[in-house]
Design a protein around this ligand. Structure first.
Ligand SMILES: Cc1cc2nc3c(=O)[nH]c(=O)nc-3n(C[C@H](O)[C@H](O)[C@H](O)COP(=O)(O)OP(=O)(O)OC[C@H]3O[C@@H](n4cnc5c(N)ncnc54)[C@H](O)[C@@H]3O)c2cc1C
Length: 311
């Protein structure tokens, strides 16, 4: 089938690759390409965060973990590396359902937990270096025969193809008139210092992370709902650094080398479903919040299955 994927972030490009693998003809139409998408700004570690529905996200997340782990082992140029991280919690909670499906997971000893926290776990997860991963993903699709067109889509019914796959992220607010999609503003800082192990507090109110990449460590974060400001704010830098220092006291502020801002496409839950519009199948795949990379391959698999069922 001739499939048109609208959107060239991690969701759109992953769908393009999976559709090509399934033997479809694919064109990606987008008003922005890497390095100018939200996906390029993602920190990015595999971790189901700020996303729903939980049961589906668990399945999509597990499938994505397996594929990212494979890329880390077999395709170094994709920019995926397995790293250990520690999640700290202010109360004892149920263990995450994916704990038995990842490479390593253990509960922290009390002496490994910083002041102010009472519980936590260490986990091994893929760190996805988006400045490498996004160009790799696009070139993979290109090598498989994908074509690309720079265009802003105003009406999905005017897009060519037998099937349309809608991966516009925050763009769905206008394109689908979906007021449920809102920005969750994320500011991050880059530092030329390696914490050795990643430190995390991924509760929305206290969100803190250190994600060691091979070039820099990414420090975060913020998740300001409904905030469209793309400028770096000094007060947010201060907030992030104070939070990170509580988890990583050795942080050296002299080693900060920059930062950036991105707007996560937040929604009450991911919209992954079929709509028949003007007699044609449209598969929506947007609203992944803070976990678009974490869910990317699992969602793409489901998109392909929905496309196949529509034939
Ligand atoms: C600071 C920060 C840190 C993050 N860290 C992580 C992390 O550690 N792990 C993780 O899993 N996720 C993380 N995320 C979340 C992740 O970045 C997003 O969930 C993900 O990028 C969403 O991808 P997407 O492809 O759906 O959307 P996008 O990347 O926004 O792509 C949407 C595409 O659609 C195109 N588009 C939009 N409207 C139109 C239109 N009308 N016509 C044509 N094209 C259109 C855009 O140009 C773009 O190409 C983070 C995000 C931020 C901001």
């Amino acid at each position: 089938m001739r499939c048109t994927v609208v959107g060239a972030g991690v969701s759109g490009l992953s769908c393009a690759v999976k559709l090509l693998e399934a033997g479809h003809e694919v064109e990606v139409v987008s008003d922005r390409f890497s390095p100018d998408t939200v996906s390029d700004v993602a920190a990015a570690i595999w971790y189901p965060f700020l996303t729903a529905p939980a049961d589906k996200a668990d399945v999509w997340g597990r499938e994505t973990y397996a594929e990212l782990e494979r890329l880390a082992m077999e395709v170094p140029e994709a920019g995926v590396r397995m790293r250990d991280g520690r999640e700290y919690l202010r109360e004892v909670v149920e263990l995450p359902p994916w704990r038995d499906d990842i490479a390593a997971f253990r509960i922290l000893e009390s002496q490994e937990i910083p002041d102010g926290y009472v519980f936590g776990w260490e986990f091994r997860a893929p760190v996805i270096e988006m400045p490498l991963y996004m160009p790799w993903l696009k070139s993979k699709a290109e090598r498989m025969g994908c074509s690309f067109r720079l265009e802003s889509v105003r009406d999905l019914s005017e897009v060519p193809g037998d099937v349309v796959v809608n991966c516009v992220g925050l763009g769905a607010r206008e394109l689908c008139d979906d007021a449920e999609v809102v920005p969750a503003r994320g500011q991050i800082i880059f530092i030329d210092q390696d914490p050795g192990i990643g430190h995390f507090d991924q509760q929305p109110d206290t969100l803190t992370y250190t994600i060691p990449r091979s070039d820099v460590t990414v420090l975060g974060g913020t998740a300001q709902i409904g905030d469209w400001d793309l400028e770096m704010r000094p007060e947010d830098d201060e907030l992030i650094l104070d939070k990170v220092e509580a988890l990583w006291p050795d942080l050296d502020r002299n080693k900060i080398i920059g930062g950036t801002v991105g707007l996560r496409p937040s929604r009450s839950e991911v919209r992954l479903e079929v709509e028949i519009a003007a007699g044609r199948t449209v598969v929506h795949n947007y609203g992944h919040g803070g976990a678009g990379v974490t869910l990317s391959w699992g969602c793409a698999e489901e998109v392909v299955s929905l496309v196949s069922q529509s034939a």
